[in-house]
Design a protein around this ligand. Structure first.
Ligand code: AMP
Length: 384
């Protein structure tokens, strides 16, 4: 690192986590002349295949962490369930961005909501729950319907149970398997959106989005960019992203998932201290992708222009969807990304496709309205 805090091209970036986000981060870093080393406990993870080295060790292995820190100039992460102690240990040797505080907030749904509300930003109403008695009490204040979620380690709808009536209460608590939980009021949302916020060490901020995210089986299915919402709502989402980034003292890049409620409010669902599946469209549709922006923010470079030069739809390839790469490629304008994962387990993110719509818009001059009436579909794989 230079005296001005800049980590110049030619330096080595360390990435904690080895999944597809790390893979696309490493590809973006390589374009800017950086080298990357991946720290991940799995053998042969997707990110390691496009990086300069892989430290295959547990996140608690201090010897391996010291060795990793010695070989890199700055560190970031692509996965939030990394022990905060790991980040604190590494931060004694090299800059880690985003840092341990934001990571700790994002790992615990209770701390996360408290930190967001402390910035005067709204979330769903919530109440911590540590037992069945506590759940009954929490339901008296939150009401039904509600959602019980584990405070930690939940993703893609895992560790969640809906409570619609009395009969749902005991099974919902059982589904938590004794883990500390949080009860959230059920939000009557019209759509789910996200913004991706980058902030560098000089406090400069750049925002991608908002985009609309549609889920299938609790997993992100499609992102529509930009979100087809009123301009005032989009501006409010960006303003909220700025306040979150400044209030949480972000250096690096983070994502905020938001609900747009039926009565026109924005509520934060969750934050992630990293690039996000809903930002994959930025690779082809924006002047600067979320991955390049994350590298710029980490390394103290000027932030790039996050503006979109074409409207876009991104669709995830889940499980067997990726077997249709031939059909997908037969459309010469489909941007196919495959993550190189060997086993296509159900629910596993294997790749994604982005389509650009340069002629779409709602300005009267456009040939096609936004969003497209028919979203692209991936053929479903026949059972073998
Ligand atoms: P999460 O793991 O918190 O991102 O939740 C996964 C999905 O469950 C979200 O994308 C929403 O579709 C839905 N969800 C989560 N929390 C709520 C809530 N409080 N009210 C309504 N839907 C929710």
């Amino acid at each position: 690192m230079q005296e001005d805090g800049i980590v110049p091209p030619g330096s080595v970036i360390g990435i904690l986590g080895g999944g597809q986000l790390g893979r696309m981060l490493a590809i973006a870093a390589a374009r800017l002349g950086y080298r990357c080393r991946i720290f991940a406990p799995e053998a042969d993870p997707p990110a390691a295949r496009v990086a300069d080295g892989h430290h295959c060790a547990a996140y608690e292995d201090e010897k391996a962490l010291s060795d990793f820190a010695a070989q890199v100039d700055a560190i970031t992460l692509e996965f939030e369930n990394i022990p905060t102690e790991t980040i604190e240990f590494l931060a004694r040797h090299k800059p880690v961005r985003p840092g341990a505080r934001l990571l700790a907030v994002s790992q615990d749904r209770l701390r996360e909501k408290e930190a967001i509300n402390a910035l005067d930003i709204a979330t769903a109403p919530f109440c911590p729950v540590d037992g069945l008695d506590g759940l009954h009490k929490a339901l008296q204040s939150i009401g039904m319907p509600a959602i019980l979620k584990t405070r930690r380690f939940g993703y893609d709808g895992k560790g969640q149970a809906a409570i619609r009536n009395e009969e749902d209460i005991a099974p919902a608590w059982e589904a938590m398997a004794g883990a500390p939980a949080i009860l959230e009021g059920f939000v009557d949302f019209t759509c789910e959106i996200s913004v991706i916020v980058a902030r560098n060490s000089r406090g400069e901020i750049a925002i991608h989005g908002p985009v609309e995210n549609r889920h299938r089986n609790h997993i992100l299915d499609v992102t529509i960019a930009p979100a087809p919402i009123a301009p005032a709502m989009a501006e409010a989402a960006c303003a909220l992203g700025r306040r979150l980034a400044a209030g949480l003292e972000l250096t690096g890049l983070m994502t905020a998932e938001l609900f747009v409620t039926a009565d026109g409010r924005l509520l934060v669902n969750e934050i992630a201290p990293r690039t996000h599946n809903s930002g994959h469209f930025t690779i082809e549709a924006c002047h600067t992708s979320q991955f390049e922006q994350a590298i710029r923010a980490l390394c103290g470079l000027p932030l790039g222009d996050p503006g979109q030069h074409a409207r876009a739809v991104m669709k995830n390839l889940i499980g067997d969807d990726a077997r249709h790469w031939r059909e997908i490629l037969s459309d010469g304008r489909a941007h196919l990304h495959l993550y190189g994962k060997e086993e296509a387990r159900p629910g596993r993110k294997m790749g994604h496709v982005t389509w650009l719509y340069p002629d779409a818009g709602n300005d009267g001059d456009s040939k096609m309205p936004w969003p497209p009436a028919q979203l692209p579909e991936i053929p479903q794989a026949p059972a073998e």
